[in-house]
Design a protein around this ligand. Structure first.
Ligand SMILES: Nc1ncnc2c1ncn2[C@@H]1O[C@H](COP(=O)(O)OP(=O)(O)OP(=O)(O)O)[C@@H](O)[C@H]1O
Ligand SMILES: [Mg+2]
Length: 273
């Protein structure tokens, strides 16, 4: 009998290597990874370590030069690429909206390609814009250039969700946002994820974001996965690169403590006088 976890893997990497022509070393080396149904797997790692490349291997924008990537048990090379991408919502770095399409057309793109009626597409588009905290009446007719960066990123998330794909690939969807907008979007995504229960692969280089949103966190370095575990286990890891990320969290605490000593103690504590 198969193990339940095997059956429940939506995405599996088996010894995956990806080498681009002309580069001295592969971009991805010997990657083994399993994304379970309903989980939010966060890939964390410094710039250039291969996070985006990993996502692109899932929706067959790239095919491995060694090993195999399975989605729903089927090799990505055997999938019809169009079918696969329509089942896989993809939020790319910098939102990636079509500049000459209105917000409404951007979000409704996949549903209309899928042959939904105009009315149903419109209804769905407006529903999603509301879901990500935008007012359809105000933004639907605008072009991406007429939105703020944070609004564009919300539209990118709405577009990825439009045709209700079971699998979502999110590449730094909240990057380059001010900390308040970023925190608001993280909270919204976290609530959304609880209600929608999608399988998500989420890329970030922000360790706080990784711990906040991930059911498991994978740490990548130079095309390899150096650690993959729950946030709790990650916190206890002795792996030097993981420790380095954890040190950045400690630094935040130290700054807080130095600037406002005792603030933590005042919160919720009763003063005995
Ligand atoms: N088509 C390509 N040809 C050659 N090199 C490439 C190609 N695509 C990516 N690379 C290189 O592969 C490495 C990994 O790139 P990738 O985009 O996966 O990194 P990343 O982890 O997403 O980084 P970031 O956090 O900056 O987005 C980088 O060194 C990049 O320059
Ligand atoms: Mg990237």
């Amino acid at each position: 009998m198969n193990h339940a976890t095997e059956n429940d893997a939506v995405v599996r990497f088996h010894g995956v290597t990806y080498a681009a022509p002309g580069l001295p070393a592969p971009i991805i080396s010997g990657l083994d990874l399993e994304v379970r149904r309903g989980e939010t797997l966060v890939l964390l790692g410094e710039s250039g370590c291969g996070k985006t490349t990993t996502l692109r291997l899932i929706n067959r924008l790239l095919v491995p030069t060694g090993g195999e990537v399975l989605v729903e048990g089927r090799d990505t090379r055997e999938w019809d690429a169009i079918q696969l991408r329509r089942r896989t919502g993809y939020v790319i770095q910098e939102a990636g909206l079509f500049p000459h399409f209105t917000v409404e057309r951007n979000v409704g793109l996949v549903p209309s390609l899928e042959g939904w009626s105009e009315a149903r597409t419109r209804e769905r588009t407006h529903e999603l814009l509301r879901l990500v905290g935008l007012e359809p009446e105000r933004v639907a007719a605008r072009f991406p250039a007429e939105l703020s960066g944070g609004q564009r990123q919300r539209v990118g998330v709405a577009r990825a969700l439009a045709a209700d794909p079971p699998l979502l690939l999110m590449d730094e969807p909240f990057g380059a946002l001010d900390p308040l907008t970023r925190a608001a979007l993280q909270r919204e995504f976290s609530a959304l994820q609880k209600s929608l229960g999608k399988t998500v692969v989420f890329v970030t280089h922000d360790v706080r974001e990784a711990f906040l949103l991930g059911t498991r966190v994978g740490l990548m370095h130079a095309g390899r996965l150096v650690l993959l575990d729950t946030p709790q286990a990650f916190m206890r890891s002795e792996e030097p690169r993981a420790r380095a990320y954890l040190e950045t969290l400690r630094l935040n605490e130290e700054i807080l403590a130095a600037l406002a000593p005792g603030v933590e103690n005042q919160m919720g504590a009763e003063d005995g006088g």
